[in-house]
Write a protein that binds this ligand. Structure first.
Ligand code: SF4
Length: 492
């Protein structure tokens, strides 16, 4: 078997994952996010700059070209930084993100776009250390290079503060024999012609969600323990291992009331639950005029603008529906131009659009509140107004979070993406699937990030679709509020 860093790491998580990926790749589910991949590329480029001048080994489909180019770079330089330096020992291939050559000594730097070190990163670097050591290279140091979450950009990017280099040399050295054994075991495992029998377990989500989970659980009765919302995966596996798998199995078990309620409602096809007084109590906290607010944000692994940390949420768009004292509905919106720092303009527009002392409603408001608080900390002239908006916010999620209103169709979730279709099952105007191009927050983020690179015509189309998507988020809130009022009136 020809192994690589990623194949080795997949097999460390679960050998069957590698087997399925090799022999049944069509069964793989989709879990990657383009923005994460792009962030990874950007981090890789910046991490290389950390080392000054470097020789880059170009990616080639024919790996032997990369191996040859690496050999040449090593042989013709006494001291050098070589990126994507590629090696193969006995069909175990690896490209080292950054290799430092100092005469006869070598240092390995494995770059990660994360803000913390995961055990799997150490396994990855240990595999590289093993390959190079077996080929006779004197590897004296092994580092993981990752992002410093406390870094806040001020002026020029300070790469030395942005990145953290963690020395894991001792771990990699001690791991050598284990890596060798692992490689042997993986090779044996991969010889199997029949699909290996392996039950699901905690490793199905650790360290990463396995893309074959749907395949490996396809024979389980539906709905089952893995459909319970909010329960930790480790607890689900515990019940699964006890044979408590289908909702029927779980119905009479001692489990948290919320989980039990989900099961009970779905199995017994119960009517909607309405805690009239509690919903009324919530509605009474809302005073007209009402401002329904929703932000869209994006994140950058490498902060492009001042006062931003890696992966901080940067608002670029909002939608605002307004119900005035006469119960009339109007709409305002903001969408920043691409490739600029959108924050100041957005904050200025927001304080123009939302007056002081009015009730602003969000769904899961902690997100909107955090965005506003951050803007207030940046712009002292707008601080008072922004904090006024912040302090007058109400959360429309509350009746659903508390299950004062609950329907079996919410499937245990209080997310607006479940609540909305449960309340309005046949309304295409409230169906995110009916939208073009942008259907969820991560698609909105990707669309905005990429918009600047598109031809003008395509940009305009994307802008239109982004605006429609965000508008639906706040329009949905308006409809949900109307529905709650209607339900209360009916119950009276
Ligand atoms: S779902 Fe679990 S058992 Fe199946 S391949 Fe993935 S990690 Fe392995």
């Amino acid at each position: 078997m020809n192994l690589s860093k990623s194949k080795y790491c997949n097999a460390i998580q679960c050998k069957k994952m590698l087997w399925l990926d090799t022999f049944l790749p069509a069964e793989k589910g989709e879990i990657s996010n383009q923005a994460i991949l792009d962030n990874g590329t950007e981090v890789g480029i910046k991490a290389k700059e950390l080392f000054g001048t470097y020789i880059d080994i170009d990616f080639q489909k024919d790996l032997s070209v990369m191996l040859n180019d690496t050999k040449k770079a090593i042989e013709s330089n006494e001291n050098a930084i070589i990126t994507e330096a590629s090696f193969d020992y006995n069909h175990n291939f690896c490209s080292v993100d950054i290799l430092r050559k100092m005469g006869e000594k070598y240092e390995i730097y494995e770059v990660k776009s994360s803000t913390e070190i995961k055990d799997i990163y150490k396994e990855d670097a240990s595999y590289q250390h093993y390959v190079l050591t077996k080929l006779g290279y004197n590897v004296v140091k092994v580092f993981i290079v990752y992002l410093n979450s406390h870094y806040i950009r001020k002026g020029e990017l300070d790469l030395n503060s942005l990145f953290i280099k963690e020395d894991i040399t001792d771990f990699a050295k001690e791991r050598s024999l284990t890596v060798e054994n692992n490689i042997q075991e993986i090779n044996e495992y991969m010889k199997q012609k029949e699909e290996p029998r392996k039950d699901i377990g905690i490793y199905c989500t650790k360290p990463y969600d396995c893309p074959f989970f749907a395949y490996c659980t396809k024979k389980l009765e539906k709905p089952n323990i893995f459909d319970i919302r909010g329960m930790r995966f480790s607890s689900k596996i515990k019940y699964y291992n006890q044979g408590l798998i289908s909702f029927q199995d779980l119905l009479n078990e001692k489990i948290n009331e919320k989980y039990k309620e989900q099961i009970d409602f779905e199995i017994n096809k119960k009517e909607d639950k309405v805690e009239k007084e509690k919903i009324k109590e919530f509605l009474n906290t809302l005073e007209r005029p009402l401002y329904f607010l929703d932000f869209e944000t994006f994140q950058q692994a490498i902060p492009m603008y001042d006062d931003i940390s890696p992966y901080e949420q940067i608002p670029f768009q909002y939608s605002l529906h307004i119900i005035n004292e006469k119960n009339e509905l109007s709409h305002k919106e903001f969408l920043a131009e691409p490739n600029i720092d959108p924050r100041r303009k957005l904050a200025e527009q927001l304080v123009k659009d939302i007056p002081l002392d009015v009730c602003t409603i969000a769904y899961n408001m902690s997100f909107e509140k955090n965005v506003i608080k951050k803007l207030a900390s940046l712009y002292s002239d707008l601080r008072e107004h922004l904090m006024n908006i912040h302090n007058h916010m109400k959360d429309l999620m509350i009746p659903f979070y508390n299950r004062d209103y609950y329907s079996k169709d919410m499937q245990g979730s209080y997310s607006i993406k479940y609540v909305l279709p449960a309340l309005f099952p046949n309304d295409p105007s409230l169906n995110y699937h009916e939208l073009e191009e942008v259907h969820n927050g991560s698609e909105a983020m990707n669309a905005y990030i990429n918009m600047g690179n598109l031809p003008i015509g395509k940009q305009q189309e994307l802008r239109k679709n982004l605006l429609k998507y965000c508008e639906l988020d706040t329009f949905a809130m308006v409809k949900i509020l109307e529905k709650l009022q209607e339900i209360i009136e009916k119950a009276d």
